[in-house]
Design a protein around this ligand. Structure first.
Ligand code: ZN
Length: 143
């Protein structure tokens, strides 16, 4: 991308403003849902360049509940997916990491997190949360 190394902020007037998130470009030119997520993308790309991680992907979909077609039109349900902010292979851990960088934890997110852990996490794949809760390692900050 020609915008490499620069950071742009775009003011938005959607529901995301309520969560104090602002769409932000990372150095790679992706438009991320928040500045936190864009900064984490920059960090992960540096880790990839340094050989600490590999196969970095963003916005990867994990099927949680397949579509259901068992009756009339009102009884069918669409599929339910979790969209991971980042997925990569951690060369130190020797595991695939599914990473969520949200600073807020909505009830919908928490249910999806539990489902993705149950369906996809095992001895080779772990789920981690970066961002606000994962940033400080000296204990949880009270709201
Ligand atoms: Zn990015």
């Amino acid at each position: 991308m020609s915008e490499n190394g620069k950071e742009f902020n775009i003011m938005i007037t959607t529901a995301e403003n309520k969560l104090h998130a602002r769409k932000t470009f990372c150095a790679q030119g992706h438009l991320h849902d928040s500045k936190l997520e864009a900064l984490r993308c920059n960090e992960l790309n540096l880790l990839a360049a340094a050989g600490r991680i590999k196969d970095l992907r963003i916005q990867e979909a994990y099927l949680l509940i397949p579509p259901m077609k068992y009756g009339g039109p009102t009884e069918n349900e669409r599929k339910c997916e979790y969209i991971a902010d980042f997925v990569y292979f951690d060369n130190d851990l020797e595991k695939t990491v599914i990473e969520d960088s949200k600073g807020h934890r909505t009830p919908e997110y928490i249910i999806k997190r539990k489902l993705v852990k149950q369906l996809y996490c095992n001895e080779d794949t772990v789920f981690i949360e970066s961002g606000r809760a994962g940033k400080k390692k000296t204990g949880r900050r009270k709201k």
